[in-house]
Ligand binder design. Structure first.
Ligand SMILES: Cc1ncc(COP(=O)(O)O)c(C=O)c1O
Length: 373
């Protein structure tokens, strides 16, 4: 699905020099590399405050902790996403409330969110899935009117825009993941918290460092979640390439669109009118609301030596952790979520994808449906 080695070889000298710099300095925790990365990430995203943490899941948990979210509170999130968003709320004793998605973008539908808001709602978490933003304006308006925080889960969408502004920078908090396969990936686990509100970012910083500014003078209950200096240095080497990485993904997406346009049985990704898509995933739908048909295509591709993957086969509200524990979550109508789980298939997508590899993918998909006709 990704070619991490090919990308590394292209920027090897810069990455190796960054790693060597850290080894020479022996400053492995916090220190100048992390300070510099936070400043450079902030500059790349229009000046929003940035804090490096250990991974994208911690970023969500720390943001929720900084908002004071705990038992009795509710956090509205999509069910059609990776589990981290709900997991972080649950770990703090809050209840995840699952809202349905907009079928065009696979992101939270603001109308469905509005139906689920109660006096217990403390946060709304739009997940910018597959590389494009949820429709933020109606969510921000709703949240503002009800004094609810918005946390943009931007793990899959660094570099995307919403009405010209950087994803992850429009709400009180944004969170990033630098998991190796992400659009800006490090070589281990990594994440970041973004906030335009300095006091909120400082509270998150305090929590991420055992709740202390001054060693052994802990002020609040915190966690140990810092982006280590080796990862920060690697990310500093990669950040200047992010625009080129994004352009390569967008070009590959255009080529898939072209090559797949005439295959009636599938639907290529739709691009929202409100922003740019950075194609963390290129996710098609196999029409028909039939997971068996989608899985058969996946098996056919596998037999041809082509990887593909279902993100995500089980909506969160149907996972055993929620399905078998009625009071562990609350959900609205899930029509579009259930359909998406049956239809989606993500194709290989990365910065090193070649035209001939994409020709091969398109031809294999065409052959599968020809065989069925
Ligand atoms: C939407 C979303 N949120 C959160 C995360 C969690 O990030 P991490 O794996 O860095 O903890 C991921 C990572 O896969 C993700 O895709």
């Amino acid at each position: 699905m990704v070619d991490l080695r090919g990308q590394y070889l292209r920027i090897k000298d810069e990455v190796d020099a960054a790693i060597e710099r850290v080894l020479d300095s022996t400053a492995f925790i916090r220190g100048p590399e992390l300070d510099a990365f936070e400043a450079e990430l902030s500059a790349a995203l229009g000046g929003v405050g940035a804090l490096g943490v250990a991974n994208g899941t911690d970023a969500l948990q720390i943001a929720f902790m900084a908002l004071g979210i705990g038992p009795g509170d509710e956090v509205i999130a999509p069910s059609f996403t990776f589990v981290a968003t709900a997991e972080a709320a649950g770990l703090l004793g809050a209840t995840p409330v699952f809202a349905d998605i907009d079928p065009d973008t696979f992101t939270l539908d603001p109308d469905r969110v509005a139906e689920l808001v109660t006096d217990r709602t403390k946060a709304i978490v739009p997940v910018h899935l597959f590389g494009q933003c949820a429709d933020l304006d109606p969510l921000l308006e709703l949240a503002c009117a009800r004094n609810i925080a918005v946390v943009e889960d931007t793990a899959q969408a660094i570099g995307a825009t919403y009405k010209g502004r950087a994803a992850g920078t429009l709400a009180g908090f944004g969170t990033l993941s630098f998991f190796p396969s992400k659009n800006l990936g490090c070589y281990g686990d990594g994440g970041a918290i973004l906030s335009p509100i300095p006091e909120w970012l400082e509270q998150a910083r305090l929590i991420s460092n055992h709740g202390s500014k001054k060693k052994y003078h802990n002020e609040v209950v915190g966690v140990n979640s810092r982006l280590d200096a080796l990862q920060a240095a690697i990310l500093r080497a990669k950040l200047p390439h992010l625009d080129a990485f994004t352009a390569a993904r967008q070009l590959a997406a255009d080529r898939y669109d072209e090559r797949l346009a005439d295959i009636e049985a599938i639907e290529v990704p739709k691009r929202a009118s409100w922003g740019s898509h950075v194609f963390h995933q290129y996710t098609i739908r196999v029409r028909g609301n039939d997971a068996a048909q989608r899985d058969a295509l996946m098996e056919h591709l596998q037999a041809e030596g082509i990887p593909s993957y279902v993100y995500y086969p089980v909506p969160l509200h149907l996972l055993p952790i929620y399905r078998d524990h009625a009071d562990a979550c609350r959900s609205g109508d899930m029509t579009h979520t259930l359909r998406a789980a049956n239809e989606v298939l993500s194709l290989p997508m990365h910065t090193e994808l070649t035209e001939s590899e994409q020709d091969q993918v398109a031809e294999a998909i065409r052959a599968f449906f020809r065989g069925q006709a």
